[in-house]
Design a protein around this ligand. Structure first.
Ligand code: SF4
Length: 422
């Protein structure tokens, strides 16, 4: 069976390769290959315009017409990734029995529609199957608008594999790590996970909808995977776990093994780590294994918002955790902490104080801009027009709080200034 698999373009006001790979899709494709499917893969985001530190960089991009509802927003709207002509050229010699398209951010769905339109013209009669985050969180919208013949949410993987007559083994699938060499000619970094899901339940996060359980990969598999790519010269490894430190002994066993191997590689953690689970040994393991500017979750120091948002970390955890990191050798500015910006009932004066406090402790602040995510408890508070996925975009969510735009801009500048001082 020939499968043509597509990671489509990003359609947005802004996009940058902050270590973005369609990880779940690559796991599924690796599993399909193990089951003898013949997979041909096109990543519309594979080529970059620039190469910056640690494998990140600018995507190729082209200014395109803005969706009508964004007419009043004074910014360019772009398609990020290879040109449409290049895409047509890449698919020309393919002979698929099925086409798979993956999806990530819900508001990037115009890229899926574009891909489906082109693919339908080139391969009339061939079924197109859509999966991924948008398909899971906005299934009705995807069924109506994507132009794909089948839309499967993550919870329907059994039906997805049945379509191809392939056995679905939950444990085997989720214990699979991607065979990157089968899909990419060149790689600037490796994305990986040691677990799926998260035992917490923050009410702005859709993780429970995307993966309701918590599943750990066998440690030896993870260690061998890192060893293999490090031996091939890979330097940057990006850990995408949602709860790597949960049950800290597991994380420590992996990190101890990595330390012993002396691989001289970097680890990056764009998904936050949990400060509450830090102890002296964990902090030292992070430092000695090559974690660069590890990111930790905090979101706010306002205790009522902490309760509302999931109550993962409090002020004491923060101070204790940052001290442990400092004692293990992370310098001022060597660690980042996420704060959430743009939550509708948020007091921005309090946020400013949180930024100052973190700065006084020597931590960089990373502002995560809030946007409503379908499938979360908080999403229920939003009016029906937010069923339109384009409105989930955190780049423009601030524009719907017109009175606050200037405050948002000021606080971003304030953070930039304080971070620079560290
Ligand atoms: S925000 Fe992070 S900690 Fe909270 S539920 Fe989501 S993944 Fe888990």
């Amino acid at each position: 069976m020939n499968i043509l698999a597509i990671n489509p373009w990003i359609y947005d006001f802004a996009a940058y390769d902050f270590w973005l790979k369609p990880y779940g899709f690559l796991v599924i494709l690796s599993y399909l290959k193990q089951k003898k499917a013949n997979v041909s893969y096109i990543d519309c985001l594979e080529e970059k315009l620039t190469s910056a530190t640690f494998g990140r960089g600018k995507y190729l991009n082209e200014i395109i017409e803005k969706p009508k509802m964004f007419d009043s927003i004074p910014r360019y709207f772009k398609r990020y990734g290879i040109s449409l002509d290049k895409f047509r050229e890449k698919i020309r010699d393919k002979k698929p029995d099925y086409i798979l398209i993956t999806s990530s951010m819900t508001y990037w769905y115009p890229g899926i529609i574009e891909a489906a339109n082109i693919l339908k013209k080139e391969f009339p009669g061939i079924k197109i199957v859509l999966g991924g985050t948008y398909a899971t969180l906005c299934k009705d919208h995807a069924k109506l608008n994507s132009g794909c013949d089948f839309v499967f949410g993550n919870e329907e993987l059994g039906d997805f594999f049945k379509l191809f007559g392939i056995e679905y083994d939950f444990e085997k699938l989720y214990a699979t790590l991607p065979e990157y060499d089968d899909f990419y000619k060149t790689l600037d970094y490796i994305v990986f996970r040691t677990s799926w899901g998260c035992p917490f339940n923050c009410n702005y996060c859709a993780i429970k909808k995307l993966f309701p359980d918590f599943f750990r990969l066998p440690e030896d598999k993870v260690i061998n995977f890192i060893k293999k790519y490090a031996a091939g010269g890979m330097k940057d490894f990006v850990l995408y776990d949602d709860a790597f430190f949960y049950e800290p002994e597991y994380a420590k066993r992996i990190l101890r093994a990595i330390n012993e191997l002396k691989l001289n590689i970097n680890f990056h953690t764009p998904n936050a780590l949990h400060l509450r689970f830090l102890d002296e040994e964990m902090a030292a393991l992070l430092k000695n294994s090559g974690f660069v500017n590890p990111h930790f979750g905090l979101e706010t120091l306002d205790s009522s918002l902490q309760k509302l948002w999931g109550d993962k970390v409090n002020r004491d955890d923060l101070v204790k955790g940052l001290n442990l990191l400092k004692n293990s050798g992370f310098k001022n500015g060597g660690v980042s902490v996420y704060l959430l910006l743009g939550f509708p009932r948020q007091n921005l004066e309090d946020l400013r104080k949180d930024v100052e406090f973190l700065n006084s402790l020597g931590a960089r602040v990373s502002l995560a801009e809030f946007s409503p995510v379908p499938g979360t408890k908080l999403f229920e508070e939003y009016p029906p027009e937010f069923k339109e996925p384009l409105l989930h975009n955190n780049s423009i969510f601030g524009f719907f709080q017109q009175d606050k735009i200037r405050d948002f801009w000021e606080i971003k500048n304030f953070v930039r200034k304080l971070n620079k001082k560290l």
